[in-house]
Design a protein around this ligand. Structure first.
Ligand code: ADP
Ligand code: MG
Ligand code: MG
Length: 966
């Protein structure tokens, strides 16, 4: 049997061997090309394309992504991959007339990772591979430059040690810094050949100590180990979290590029640099970049030496400069997009090492897209896809003014939360509050921490911006600041924050409390000194021009969530086509209103017992006093008294709320406004139960000052002076206890409030329609849509709908004017989605409350999910925070089903969504595909939603798949 299966296996083997794993590039032509990003990765595809275009690219080969995927599956590399690699290596050796790491003229290569989407700094490159104790001698002789040879070898050990052997960078840095200190020099370039040889000896000891074996001397073994390390690096934590945040598929894998080394560190006629064909921060059409003479690889970006502006190259080597300009201009024309390139000059000869579509700010994305349309490089349709919807947020936050100042970038961290912030450094939250929090002498501060924790909240609140040296895009600092709309640079690893000494050290400079820095949260730059900021401009002419190209594609409407007139005005300025959610409860937090709101909730009956009793006696035809009543009748009277108390408070609220509605209607003249009746659990308006308990328990021990503070704290609850405290607090606690719920989010809220206390709905509806009629009389076009929250059954909807319609008619009759309106519901319980066909009998519109719907579908508490979420994301159990990007697979099904079922009953049913997801591009695209009429999001996301909706529709019409710059 075994012998019989053997030939078959061989046949399979040979069939599989038709897979092309290795793609060669060099000598003016390449096996692959620029379109093969899936196979070759972005870097490999770029190298192939540049080679085919006849550009000076050091030759080499790319091991394609399939080999990485196989490695992930099997933890090994197949014989076929090995065979093809050796073949390519032999071809490279033949082309260059060298042998890998051997002979008088050893072949040396770099091993570079490169996935389909660029993942900056995610996987490290190894340079100078092939060097060993012997070939380093050959290199020294051949180059006639022992210092250069030793420098290259020590770099190899360092990079190989870190990337392949997993040795901490710091282990090597310690050795290197000690040597510099011993030689009393500041720059790497000051160390001599002998110094570097000593460093190599020490480096090898580091390797031996950490790995219990010597640094591998066999060049091919070095290559194999490096290749596999690149494959493994696809799975490291940094790479994983980057992919998660940027929504990149985990299964893509990375390619490995093996490339002939060229040297920028051969002396003063050599150098290395990076650049952009246009300014990636502002979009200005200018040659932009930096370089260093006598340097290699990452020296330019690592901040060890200060690089020089690329225009200086024109003075040093005019011919090379012209050639570089010419090549990069050609590349830009070829790719029809702004390029981000890397180059090295070896002995005055230019080599191109990388080119890709450059990452840019939103501002630059819009500008570059417009320029390229004007230059005839792309069409207006293509331009629509050149801007990521989220990037438009950049137009709504302040920016740094970099025009007239020299900008010294101290470090670049993660662009955790966009915008700009300029201020004086503080190292603790307390200090931030002290400096920035009070009075007229407010100082702008930047809170600088290694990492932030929940205790820093107060400091973060008052700071202009936050800078951390550790943590990623989902760190506490990043998440919290994004929520606050505050600028943040996170994980700026080059910065050392010494909280004890209250010092920040970077690039050999020390900064103390009070020193000025500027943050650019859009690019992640930390800049020395005090720059000016430019305020945001939503009516930027270029933005408007760009939007005028995208808008004709858009079919789905975009509304905004706005609770107060000011937000509505703002939303309209950003292009909102209505209000999708006006939350009435937010109106109550105002100074004048909160007291009445609390009165309404507390419904203190004492004052109203006589009136309730009168009512009771009248109804029963009796004449008894309260004391004479049976206990059951007593509680009935009490309940009536409570209702009267509620009504009295509501009566105070009514005119105030009516004014608010009128303000919103006025701001949205001619556009629909969806107003939701009261939704949150009532205890949210009351003091915390625990606080009350503590205050009552400690009251007798509080000082006079503390008691005064208590009076202020409880002044809305009938506490007028210190003397009232003892009497007023216990009944307040009793009421709070009464309202206390174990799961308030699943409790007495939403339509359940309006059903148990119909007078609340009645009052709110009255306020809405009185305002609507008043506005109509003034010539304002009002389109109110009254929305009932948290409905799960048809009867709930019918109950509240009836109140709305009855009160509306009452108001119309009283005022002698009618307005058109609609009554509808939020779909935010799974049950409502399931019986949407039923509910649509009573509801004229649906608006998905995807926050609650996500909460209830997953059974995740939105307020506590952060205890679980980090682990879930790290383990890959969830790919994204479902409260940020809609869970299309699960929650999305409910959305789809409810829309279909609702429209079956009522074909004209208007369907929208008003959760956080309404401003998140991938969710917006889903809502478009599902056939929703509109999305509604916060005013600051309206631009993003508009572009996302336009792109979704344009992709359909133009039959393009995304096509945007990744
Ligand atoms: P990243 O993806 O992080 O940009 P790269 O693979 O582009 O990593 O390489 C890191 C650095 O090493 C870059 O500065 C690049 O120019 C340089 N480099 C890579 N390969 C070579 C080579 N064959 N010769 C000279 N420099 C190289
Ligand atoms: Mg690179
Ligand atoms: Mg809700």
């Amino acid at each position: 049997m075994a012998t019989m299966t053997l030939p078959e296996t061989e046949a399979q083997e040979s069939k599989r061997s038709t897979t092309k794993y290795v793609y060669f590039f060099g000598g003016g032509k390449a096996d692959g090309n620029g379109k093969m990003k899936d196979v070759l990765g972005g870097k490999g595809a770029g190298l192939a394309e540049m080679t085919n275009a006849g550009l000076p690219v050091p030759p080499g080969f790319t091991i394609q992504t399939e080999a990485c995927r196989e490695y992930m599956r099997t933890a090994t590399t197949s014989k076929e991959v090995e065979r093809q690699m050796d073949e390519a290596l032999a071809a490279l050796e033949a082309l260059q007339g060298q042998k890998l790491g051997t002979g008088e003229n050893p072949l040396l290569v770099s091993v570079r990772s490169g996935a389909k989407f660029s993942m900056p700094g995610m996987m490290d490159t190894i340079l100078n591979l092939g060097l060993n104790d012997k070939s380093v001698e050959a290199l020294a002789k051949r180059s006639n430059n022992p210092r250069f040879a030793a420098d290259s070898y020590r770099r190899l050990i360092q990079m190989f040690g870190n990337v392949v052997l997993d040795i901490e960078k710091s282990a090597f840095d310690e050795v290197f810094d000690a040597k510099k200190k011993q030689r009393k020099t500041k720059f790497d370039t000051d160390l001599t050949a002998k110094d570097l040889q000593e460093v190599i000896v020490e480096y090898k000891k580091v390797v031996k100590k950490h790995t219990k074996r010597d640094f591998p001397q066999d060049p091919r073994e070095q290559l194999v180990m490096a290749r596999d390390a690149v494959f493994r690096s696809w799975q490291n934590d940094r790479a994983k979290s980057y992919r998660r945040i940027n929504n990149i598929d985990d299964l893509l894998g990375t390619a490995v590029n093996v490339q002939w080394m060229v040297y920028g560190n051969l002396g003063e006629t050599s150098g290395t640099g990076v650049g952009f064909t246009r300014n990636p921060a502002t979009g200005t059409k200018e040659f932009y970049g930096e370089f260093l003479m006598n340097a290699q690889g990452e020296d330019v970006v690592s901040g060890v030496r200060t690089p020089v502006h690329i225009l200086e190259l024109h003075k040093i080597m005019p011919d090379v400069y012209d050639q570089l300009r010419d090549i990069t201009t050609r590349l830009e024309k070829h790719y029809k997009d702004m390029q981000d390139f890397e180059f090295t000059i070896q002995d005055e000869k230019l080599y191109m090492l990388q080119t890709r579509n450059g990452k840019r700010t939103g501002l630059a994305a819009v500008r570059v897209a417009i320029q390229m349309v004007e230059e005839g490089l792309i069409t207006k349709e293509e331009a629509v896809f050149r801007v990521e919807p989220n990037q438009l947020y950049d137009f709504l936050v302040p920016r740094l003014d970099e025009k007239k100042t020299v900008v010294e970038v101290l470090a670049t961290g993660l662009p955790a939360s966009p915008g700009a912030a300029v201020g004086q450094i503080v190292f603790t939250a307390d200090e931030a509050v002290k400096k920035a929090g009070h009075g007229a002498k407010k100082n702008p501060v930047i809170l600088v921490r290694a990492e932030t924790t929940p205790e820093d909240i107060d400091g973060m609140e008052v700071a202009k911006g936050i800078l951390t040296s550790r943590g990623g895009m989902t760190s506490h600092a990043a998440v919290v600041t994004r929520g606050m709309g505050k600028c943040c640079v996170a994980g700026a690893g080059d910065i050392t924050v010494d909280e004890k000494k209250r010092e920040m050290r970077v690039k050999g400079q020390t900064f103390q409390e009070g020193d000025w820095i500027s943050l650019d949260g859009t690019t992640g730059r930390v800049i020395k000194g005090k720059l000016n900021t430019i305020p945001p401009k939503a009516d930027d002419p270029e933005l408007l021009q760009f939007m005028s190209w995208s808008e004709p594609f858009r079919k789905m409407k975009v509304r905004a969530n706005a609770d107060v007139p000011r937000d509505a005005v703002q939303a309209r300025a950003f292009g909102a086509e209505g209000i999708g959610l006006c939350r009435t409860e937010h109106m109550f937090f105002g100074e004048k209103k909160i007291k009445h709101m609390r009165d309404m909730i507390l419904a203190r009956e004492e004052k109203y017992i006589p009136a309730a009793l009168l009512e009771y006696n009248k109804e029963k035809g009796a004449r008894v006093s309260f004391k004479e009543l049976e206990p059951a009748a007593q509680s009935e009277v009490k309940e009536r008294a409570q209702k009267l108390a509620r009504l009295a408070a509501l009566k105070q609220l009514l005119p105030l709320q009516r004014d608010d509605f009128a303000g919103v209607f006025k701001a949205m003249d001619g556009l629909p406004v969806t107003i939701r009746t009261l939704d949150p659990p009532l205890h949210e308006f009351l003091p915390r139960r625990e606080d009350l308990m503590v205050d009552i328990a400690l009251l007798s021990r509080y000082s006079a000052k503390q008691k005064k503070e208590l009076v202020a704290k409880y002044k809305d609850y009938g506490v007028k002076g210190v003397g009232d405290l003892k009497k007023a607090l216990p009944p307040l606690l009793a009421r709070v206890e009464q309202l206390h719920e174990f799961n308030p989010m699943l409790g007495h809220r939403g339509c359940r409030l309006g059903i148990t206390y119909p007078e609340i709905t009645e009052t709110q509806v009255r306020a809405i329609f009185e305002a609507a009629v008043d506005c109509t009389k003034k010539g304002i076009k009002v389109l109110p849509e009254v929305m009932i929250p948290l409905v799960a059954t048809l009867k709930e909807m019918a109950n509240q709908g009836a109140i709305v319609r009855r009160v509306a008619e009452e108001v119309f009759k009283e005022k002698g004017t009618k307005v058109e309106y609609m009554v509808g519901t939020m779909i935010e319980t799974p049950r409502a989605a399931l019986v949407a066909d039923e509910i649509a009998k009573e509801a004229e519109f649906f608006s998905f409350g995807t926050n609650d719907l996500t909460q209830m579908t997953f059974g995740f508490s939105r307020d506590d999910v952060n205890k679980v979420l980090p682990t879930y994301l790290a383990e890959g159990i969830l790919k994204q925070d479902p409260f940020a990007a809609l869970d299309q697979e699960g929650v999305g099904q409910l959305v789809k089903m409810a829309t279909e079922r609702g429209r079956k009953t009522r074909p004209t049913l208007k369907v929208g969504i008003c959760g956080e997801h309404g401003g998140e591009p991938s969710s917006v695209e889903f809502f478009y595909r599902t056939g929703l009429n509109y999305v509604s999001c916060s005013p600051f996301r309206v631009l993003t939603a508009r572009l996302a909706a336009a792109q979704a529709a344009a992709a359909e019409t133009l039959k393009v798949e995304g096509g945007r710059t990744k």
